[in-house]
Design a protein around this ligand. Structure first.
Ligand code: PLP
Length: 371
C-alpha cells in the first residue's frame, strides 16, 4: 500500500515537541486568542516576509475575510480561475458578488494572465489568483494588469505555503495572501485553521476586527463597529502550527527533492502519454501535489492501474468550478473554458509528502513503467 499522504509519519517526526507544547497550552488555561496565536502571527508574517498576519478559523475564511475587508458587494465582479478547489469561488458568491472565470495555462494549470484583460468590466473589483499545486502564478503580469485597472489582487496560497516567486514568498506578492492549514496542506494544523497576511495596515485592522464579530479591538468591551463573523484561530491549533512552522522549510525541500526523483525516473520511461509537471519560470514551487498530465484519454486507465497496485493516486480536480451545479445560475456551459476542462480529464496526482519512502516512489515508477 502506497498512501497519497501519511500524517502519522509526520507526527512521529515531531511528537516530543508537539506533546510538550500542547501540555503547556492545556496548563495555561488560555484557549482563545492568547500567546500561541500572537506568536504564530508574528512568526508567520516573518516567514513569508509581510508586515501583518491574522489567524482565522480556516482557509476558506482566509479568502472570505479580505473580500469582506474590500467591502465586496452584490453586483461586483471578481476574476478567478475555474480550475481550483470550490472555496476560491464560493467566497465571492457568498458576498453576493459574481465570480468571473478566466481559463488557465495548459502547462502550469494557473490562471492565464493573457486572457484576463478582456474579462475586465466597469464592475470588476479584483482578481483572486490560486498558486495551484504549490506552483506560483505569473504574478508580475497579473500585478501589472491589476495596477493598470485599479483592481485588488488576493492570492489563494492554500497549496503554496513557502513557495517562492522572484525571490519573494507566495502571499507577499499581492494585497493579501490567504493560507489554509487544513491537515493535508504543506503546513497543516490538527484540524481546521487559516491565516491572512498583508502589508496594508487598514486591511489588517479590518480583518482583525471582522474575525471577532467586528469589535473595536478591545475584545471584552462588546463594542461592535462593523458586522463581522466568528473566525478565530484556536490556541491549540496555533500551538501545533508554531512547532510545525520550524519544520516547513526542511519539509518543502524534501518535497522538491522527491519531485525531482519522480521527474528524472518518469522522464526515462519515455511514455508519450505522460507530461511531467511544468513550473513557472523564476519560481520555487512546493509540490503540495505532484501532478502528471496523462494524454490520449488514458488518465482513468492509469488511475485504476495505480489503484489496483495499491497506490493511492488521486485527481484534483475532476470537475472545473464553472461546471459545478452550485454555479448553474451563472449560465456557464461545457466548452467555455476548454483548457480547464481538458486538465480536469488529464491530471493525475502521485503520492508525495516529505516522509515518503524511496521504495514507495519506486513502486509508483514501476507501475507507471508497465503502462
Ligand atoms: C484547501 C483549499 C482551500 C480551503 O481551505 P480550507 O482550510 O479547507 O477552508 C481553498 N483554496 C484552495 C486552493 C485549497 O486547496
Amino acid at each position: 500500500m502506497v498512501p497519497q499522504l501519511d500524517l502519522k509519519a509526520e507526527y512521529s517526526e515531531i511528537q516530543s515537541q508537539i506533546k510538550k507544547r500542547v501540555i503547556r497550552f492545556f496548563k495555561s488555561g488560555r484557549y482563545i486568542l492568547g500567546p500561541e496565536v500572537e506568536a504564530l502571527e508574528r512568526n508567520f508574517a516573518k516567514f513569508i516576509g509581510t508586515q501583518y498576519a491574522v489567524g482565522v478559523a480556516s482557509g476558506t475564511d482566509a479568502l472570505l475575510l479580505p473580500l469582506m475587508a474590500y467591502d465586496l458587494k452584490k453586483g461586483d465582479e471578481v476574476i478567478t480561475t475555474p480550475f481550483t478547489f470550490i472555496a476560491t469561488a464560493t467566497v465571492i458568491a457568498r458576498l453576493g458578488a459574481k465570480p468571473v472565470f478566466v481559463d488557465i495555462e495548459a502547462d502550469t494549470y494557473n490562471l492565464n494572465p493573457d486572457l484576463i484583460e478582456r474579462k475586465i468590466t466597469s464592475k470588476t473589483r479584483g482578481i483572486v489568483v490560486v498558486h495551484l499545486y504549490g506552483n506560483p502564478c505569473r504574478m508580475r503580469e497579473i500585478q501589472a494588469l491589476a495596477k493598470r485597472h485599479k483592481l485588488f489582487v488576493i492570492e489563494d496560497c492554500a497549496q503554496a505555503c513557502g513557495a517562492v516567486y522572484r525571490n519573494k514568498r507566495a502571499g507577499s506578492l499581492s494585497d493579501a495572501g490567504a493560507f489554509s492549514f487544513y491537515p493535508t496542506k504543506t503546513l497543516g494544523a490538527a484540524g481546521d485553521a487559516g491565516m491572512i497576511i498583508t502589508n496594508i495596515k487598514k486591511i489588517y485592522e479590518t480583518i482583525k476586527s471582522l474575525r471577532h464579530h467586528g469589535d473595536d479591538g478591545r475584545h471584552h468591551a462588546y463594542n461592535h463597529v462593523r458586522i463581522g463573523i466568528n473566525s478565530r484561530l484556536d490556541e491549540i491549533q496555533a500551538a501545533v502550527l508554531n512547532v510545525k512552522l520550524k519544520f516547513l522549510p526542511k519539509w518543502n525541500r524534501q518535497r522538491q527533492s522527491h519531485a525531482s526523483y519522480y521527474d528524472e525516473r518518469i522522464e526515462k520511461l519515455k511514455n508519450s502519454d505522460i507530461v511531467l509537471p511544468q513550473t513557472t519560470p523564476n519560481s520555487s514551487p512546493v509540490y503540495h501535489q505532484y501532478v502528471l498530465r496523462v494524454k490520449n484519454g488514458k488518465r482513468d486507465q492509469f488511475l485504476s492501474r495505480l489503484r489496483n497496485a495499491g497506490i493511492q493516486a488521486a485527481v484534483y480536480y475532476p470537475t472545473p468550478v464553472h461546471l459545478q451545479s452550485c454555479f448553474g445560475y451563472l449560465g456557464y456551459r461545457k466548452g467555455d473554458f476548454p483548457v480547464s476542462e481538458q486538465a480536469a480529464k488529464e491530471v493525475l496526482s502521485l503520492p508525495l509528502y516529505p516522509q515518503i519512502k524511496k521504495s514507495h516512489q519506486q513502486a509508483v515508477i514501476n507501475t507507471l513503467s508497465s503502462l
